[in-house]
Structure formats: C-alpha cells, structure tokens
Design a protein around this ligand. Sequence first.
Ligand SMILES: Cc1ncc(C[n+]2csc(CCOP(=O)(O)OP(=O)(O)O)c2C)c(N)n1
Length: 339
Amino acid sequence: MSTRVAETPHGALGLSADDLASMHRLLLTSRLLDEAALRQNRMGRAPFVVPAAGHEGCQIGTAWAMRRGTDIWLPYYRDLGIVLSAGMTPYEVFLGVFAKADDPSSGGRQMPAHWGSRRLGIISGSSPIATQVPHAAGIAYAAKYRGEDAVVGCWFGDGATSEGDWHEGLNFSGIHRLPVIFVCENNQYAISVPQSKQMAVKDVASRAEGYGFPGVVVDGNDVLACYGAMKTAHERARAGEGPTLIECKTYRFMPHTSDDDDKSYRSRDEVEQARVRDPLVQFASYLREHGLLDDASHDALRAEIKEEIDEAIRAAWDAPDPDPDTALRHVFQEREEEQ
Ligand SMILES: Cc1ncc(C[n+]2csc(CCOP(=O)(O)OP(=O)(O)O)c2C)c(N)n1
C-alpha cells in the first residue's frame, strides 16, 4: 500500500515528488560538477578550484526555500550548490573556472567561485570572508524600506563568524528586523583551524540570541531538515518578523581548495567517518524508501548529468578569453565609448 504524500516527511513540508526529483538532480549536478572541476585543475586547465563536496545537502536544502527572480542571494565561495539552485548553469560555472570573457561572475577577472549574476540576483562577493554579511543586511534594509517582497539569503562558513563584519551585520539586521536569513555551513574548520580554536561556544546558532532573533541548529547532511528550517525562516522574514540564523552542521570532504593539503590538519579516519553521513547517499536512500528512485533511474540520471557537464566543459573551454585591452574594466570608471 502506498503512503499518502501528506504522511511523508516531504509531504508534511509541502514538497511533491517532482520537487524531490529536482532537488536530487541539483545535488548530483553539484557533486559531479565539483569532481569534474577538480579534474580540470589536476589536468592543468583550471588554476584554482574550491570543492563543495559534503556541503550539498545544506546548500540545496536551504536554497530550495528561496524564490528565483524575487529573492536575493549572497553566497560564499564554497556555494556551488547555491548558485546552481539560483539558476546558474554548468556552462556558466565553467566559464568562471576557465576565466572566460562571458563568465557571469566577473568576465574572468575574479578568482573562480566568487559568484555573481545580475540576471539571477546573486550579489558578487569579495575574497575577505564575511564581507557579504553587512552587504546582506544593507540589501535587506533597502528591500524593507522600499516595501519590496524580497528575502535575502546569506551563506557563510563557521570561520566567517569570527569576523567583525559578521557581528555587525547580524546586529544591524536584528535591530531593524530585516527580511534576511543567515545560513552558517559549519564544516568545523576554517581551513586548518578547528571550531574549538575559533569560538568558545558549541553552536554558532546560540550567538543569534545576542542579536535578538532565533538561532536554530540543523543536521546539514539532511536535505529536508535544512529545507524545513529555511522555509520557516523565509516565512518569518516575509511576515516582517525579522532575521533567522540557521546553523547547518556539515563536513567538507575535500581539502579547503585545490591548493590545500588537509592531511596536515585532519586524519583520514576523520574524513572517512564523515563520508558515512554523505548527504547525497542519505537523500538517495530516502527517495528509494519512498519508491521515488531505483538503480536504473539513478544510473540514467547520473549519465545524463555527466554528459551535460562534459558538454559544458567543452563549450566553456572553447569560449573566447577576455580581451587584454579590457583588463581594467570594472576596476576604474570608463568613458562611454570604451565600454
Ligand atoms: C578576512 C579574511 N581573513 C582570512 C582569509 C583567508 N581565508 C580564506 S577562506 C578562510 C576560511 C574560512 O572558513 P569558513 O568561514 O569556516 O568557511 P569554509 O572555507 O570552511 O567553508 C580563510 C581564513 C580571508 N579570505 N579573509
């Protein structure tokens, strides 16, 4: 006898089987794209990549509560799953990886993974961590002031919460009850520095109390739990009740970047233990339990996405490089005829 949708955990959250299929596609696209980008780096074709593997559950889970075209996205460098959810295509991601002229983030001028897209409402970020937090507060303030319906999503790591910018952004947002959601992807490390050397509290979420709004802890490897927390926060923001801080406990499976050697600060055993809780494996198990996935459909989906990624790599690799004469574009103001 089949379970009625409303009786399932996803049904209780208002998610349909189609929603779950789309979320699963995003999870797999993020993971396979991440692996492909690292291969491009090892082949000498991509100077620098930032792995996202392990974070997909909290990225796609939280992003799913956001509205494309209405809400504003402030991701950080590890947020491949966020920008894919916002609508960035694998081709656009690889334009950035290869620093091509049509890279939507910066026309090939920024480091890869410094996401931005005017079309999608993704606010371009800087390398200094946590600078997007006061930006998010300011954008949310503007939305509230203008009476716009936009909710601002702002993502960052646990290390970002050690920055003054982070505290200032949360404080301002709390005072003005702004429509902003702060999502901490707590992977327990800021490069090599473990959480215990960054803060004297167990949960980042507990810091929200100091700014006068709720802080919640969720299992960042549980896609539906992350979605549920973000959905509640989104409803609060739209109802004028102010910000929420969501802390997703997760883990980064790969080194910090393609230039990092994580063997110097964490054991292989620790990494293997964390992989047991892989958000993709858990989500696929959930789908199987509910009769929404089997081996054949999983294999077919993987093959289809791999082909899409291979094609994106081929097309992005062949795309034109930026014209050296435009190297200073977006750095200094240009005269009309130079643009
Ligand atoms: C203000 C500032 N200090 C230091 C750095 C160097 N840095 C780059 S990423 C990073 C770690 C950030 O860790 P976290 O916020 O936990 O995110 P994660 O990389 O773990 O996803 C550091 C220290 C920086 N970019 N900006």
